[in-house]
Ligand binder design. Structure first.
Ligand code: UTP
Length: 284
């Protein structure tokens, strides 16, 4: 059974400078809720309540967000504003939060390896909060993936179809479709040129990984950009055994980029907030 979800959140978020100079990218709000809270709510929906953050310098706001703010809460106690904190209060009550720091930002693979002490010897999920995923009905992406893990008991990456000319922004997979939207991975390439890409199926920021991945990451030399790439480690895992790619149901916004962030904001505002509710449950 999977109970833990890792949130790599140590990156510098340079594409959002100067907003991210002193504030973590993961705390950028989509309307009135930070990206990282949407991510934790998605994990809770999937039944994952052990939340591990890979934190870094300048990221303390994340710890404060998932903690009580006595002064503020005392100030608004008994007023209608109290309701605005009810969602985050229930998130805090439902989860156990652990933190570890990535000292040098050596890539996502390195960040996940930094989280080994929070995970131990069990399968776990990884959620990149800047990939904001929505579903207007049915289950969230992680919940869909946990259900698939229960059937296949192997590592799984979430994928989506992208236009060919965008492959250089993603890890790209190739494999055999074993069921509708489910592929057994045969090859994976990090940020290939369109002409070198094995398909147009791109990996997005949701993973379920079996714990043997940690040793594989340790054995993986730095790849593209001199960083330890999780794509390279998962490619090795796929070569040695079974790894699935899953075309999830729902939509994803790349909130690591300004245009994706603005699209997500408009989407949540128009479909939820302006109708008097919040995403994902419609409650205020
Ligand atoms: P990104 O490359 O999108 O994040 O990594 P970034 O480096 O913060 O953004 P830019 O390119 O400078 O704008 C995807 C996720 O992996 C985490 C990031 O925090 C982000 O959530 N990450 C990346 C780490 O935790 N450590 C790393 O060394 C690299």
């Amino acid at each position: 059974m999977i109970t833990k979800c890792l949130f790599p959140a140590a990156g510098y978020g340079t594409r959002f400078l100067p907003a991210t100079k002193a504030m973590p990218k993961e705390m950028l709000p989509i309307v009135n809720k930070p990206l990282i809270q949407y991510g934790v709510e998605e994990a809770i929906e999937a039944g994952l309540r052990n939340i591990g953050f890979i934190s870094g310098r300048g990221k303390r706001a994340i710890e404060d967000h998932f903690d009580i703010s006595y002064e503020l809460e005392h100030q608004i106690q008994g007023t209608p504003k109290e309701a605005l904190l009810s969602q985050i209060r229930s998130v805090i009550d439902e989860c156990i939060f652990s933190y570890t720091r990535q000292i040098e930002m050596n890539g996502l693979g390195h960040a996940i390896l930094t989280g080994e002490s929070l995970i131990g010897e069990e399968p776990f999920a990884v959620l990149l909060a800047d990939d904001f995923c929505v579903h207007d009905d049915g289950a969230g992406v992680l919940k869909q993936m946990v259900a698939l893990y229960e059937k296949h008991q192997c590592s799984i990456v979430a994928i989506e179809e992208i236009p060919r000319d965008q492959t250089e922004n993603y890890g790209v997979v190739a494999g055999k479709e074993i069921d509708e939207g489910i592929y057994q991975i045969e090859a994976m390439v990090e940020k290939p040129k369109p002409e070198d890409a094995p398909s147009n199926l791109a990996i997005i920021g949701r993973y379920i990984l079996t714990p043997d991945i940690f040793q594989i990451i340790r054995d993986t030399p730095p790849g593209r950009g001199g960083e330890v790439q999780i794509t390279d480690a998962i490619a090795t895992q796929a070569k040695n055994g079974k790894v699935l790619a899953y075309k999830f149901k729902g939509n994803r916004f790349d909130c690591g980029r300004i245009d994706g962030f603005v699209q997500a904001t408009n989407y949540v505002y128009e479909n939820y907030y302006s109708q008097g509710g919040n995403y994902p449950d419609g409650q205020v």
